[in-house]
Design a protein around this ligand. Structure first.
Ligand SMILES: Cc1ncc(COP(=O)(O)O)c(C=O)c1O
Length: 442
């Protein structure tokens, strides 16, 4: 371990980095070589406070012994078992623990290896479910502007981030989008759920009228849109989406890849909002980000619709080589145990007020045009530099890294989502340093 800390790669060209300004990065690399609890260690030996739980995934903090040990033990005991037509106990156990944790009625689990795969899986389940019920005319999928559902073809089709779509030509057909709910003129500087905008859910009625309910399989939304800059649903909005989807026999999918596992101070966002969808997609916090894994939770009604025909036949033609992989399953179990032992899935509710007050102290600092928060998530929206969108926030990100805090930016929005083990002193450091940085920004 110690000698690895000193290794700095001297050729960075081979790795084409994901969602990264490769040329800029490779001129001035930012490298992490270690991590513990709330901090990363950089290649030059500095400590960086993790204000983003890695990429919204390290909910229990870094290098937690229980999780590390579970992976080590599983690797030595059963490294791999075929995922198709064979099983191993850890995956079944994890599925059971997930069902225990999930909102009532979501009783079955399909395992994947990422959020993107969870989304593809959920969309395919939705389409195939209607067919299994003899309702095969329901082929349309409805997403939302500014939605992020990963990077695979289904996900970018239902997703609504234009820059993630426009390079790729024709995507899935039969997709439509609801409007996003972000409205700074009415809701700027809201603490928690905004007052205005529940009526935007009625746009779904318009879409249903346009296409006819008989053609629509599912609606997919992030309960709180994360990657597009923390867009919190207006009061009553998700409840309305649930009513409309139920009325028309359309499945509602909550993409909880970010909001799952305690981010809002409840196990799932569905619990926070009191709205139970038909399908929940997860990943990230499922294994504390340590081993890639995702899970899709579905109702018994959906599951049971597939369980027909001859018993020797495969019911759903879908799955991955690594679905329910032993080490990922072991990491998932140890992660859920850690969350439980330390009360982390509700810690966001305890720390939420302190987090909110700290974040909103940024109101009035130069360039800040909005601050918003829910649970242990927050966003600070900056006025873009005229003609140079994203530049101001990106400079804040680089300066923050240099100052020893990790934040995340999307467009000109700074998003923060610290590990759920965060203490008040960490929040003070994070927001204190960010305030200084914003004060010095052009
Ligand atoms: C809501 C949502 N869905 C899907 C994904 C994709 O997850 P992954 O990057 O693991 O494929 C993300 C990733 O940030 C996400 O936030």
């Amino acid at each position: 371990m110690s000698n690895r800390l000193n290794v700095v790669p001297n050729d960075l060209s081979a790795f084409w980095m994901p969602f990264t300004a490769n040329r800029q990065f490779k001129k001035a690399p930012r490298m992490f070589v270690g991590a513990k609890d709330m901090h990363y260690t950089t290649a030059d030996g500095r400590q960086v406070l993790d204000g983003t739980a890695g990429l919204w995934c390290v909910n229990a903090g870094h290098c937690r012994p229980k999780i590390t040990e579970a992976i080590q033990q599983q690797a030595a005991e059963l490294d791999y078992a075929p995922a198709f037509q064979m099983g191993h106990p850890t995956a079944f156990e994890l599925a059971n623990r997930l069902v225990d944790l999930a909102p009532k009625g979501l009783n079955h689990v399909l395992f994947t290896n990422s959020g993107s795969e969870s989304v593809e899986t959920a969309l395919k389940v939705a389409l195939a479910y209607h067919r299994a019920k003899g309702d095969g005319s329901r082929f349309r999928l409805i997403g939302r502007e500014r939605g992020y559902h990963g990077v695979n073809f289904g996900g970018i089709s239902v997703g609504g981030i234009v820059s993630n779509r426009k390079m790729f030509g024709t995507l899935l057909t039969g997709v439509d989008h609801m409007p996003h709910t972000h409205n700074l003129s009415k809701n700027a500087f809201t603490r928690g759920e905004p007052e205005h905008g529940a009526d935007l859910a009625d746009e779904l009625e318009r879409i249903v009228t346009l296409h006819d309910a008989s053609t629509i399989a599912a609606v997919i939304v992030e309960p709180v849109a994360g990657s597009t800059g923390v867009l919190i649903p207006p009061k009553g909005y998700l409840q309305r989406l649930r009513e409309i989807t139920r009325k028309h026999g359309i499945l509602l999918i909550f993409d909880e890849v970010i909001t799952g596992f305690g981010r809002l101070g409840t196990p799932f966002a569905a619990d926070y909002f009191g709205v139970i969808p038909d399908i929940i997609t997860t990943a990230k916090g499922l294994t504390n980000g340590v081993i890639p894994m995702g899970a899709v939770l579905v109702t018994s009604e959906i599951h049971d619709a597939f369980m027909q025909g001859p018993e020797h036949m495969i019911e759903f033609m879908h799955g991955y080589t690594y679905s329910g992989n032993p080490m990922a399953s072991a990491a998932g179990l140890a992660t859920l145990e850690t969350y439980k032992e330390e009360g982390l899935l509700t810690r966001g509710a305890e720390m939420g007020k302190y987090w909110e007050d700290a974040l909103h102290s940024l109101k009035g600092v130069q360039h800040v045009i909005d601050v918003r928060n829910i649970g242990l998530v927050g966003a600070v929206e900056l006025e873009p530099i005229a003609g140079q969108p994203t530049k101001r926030a990106f400079s804040a990100f680089v300066k923050a890294y240099e100052a020893g805090i990790l934040i995340r930016t999307t467009g000109d929005i700074i998003a923060m989502s610290p590990p759920l083990i965060v203490e008040k002193s960490h929040i003070d450091t994070l927001i204190g340093k960010l305030t200084e940085i914003l004060r010095t920004l052009d």
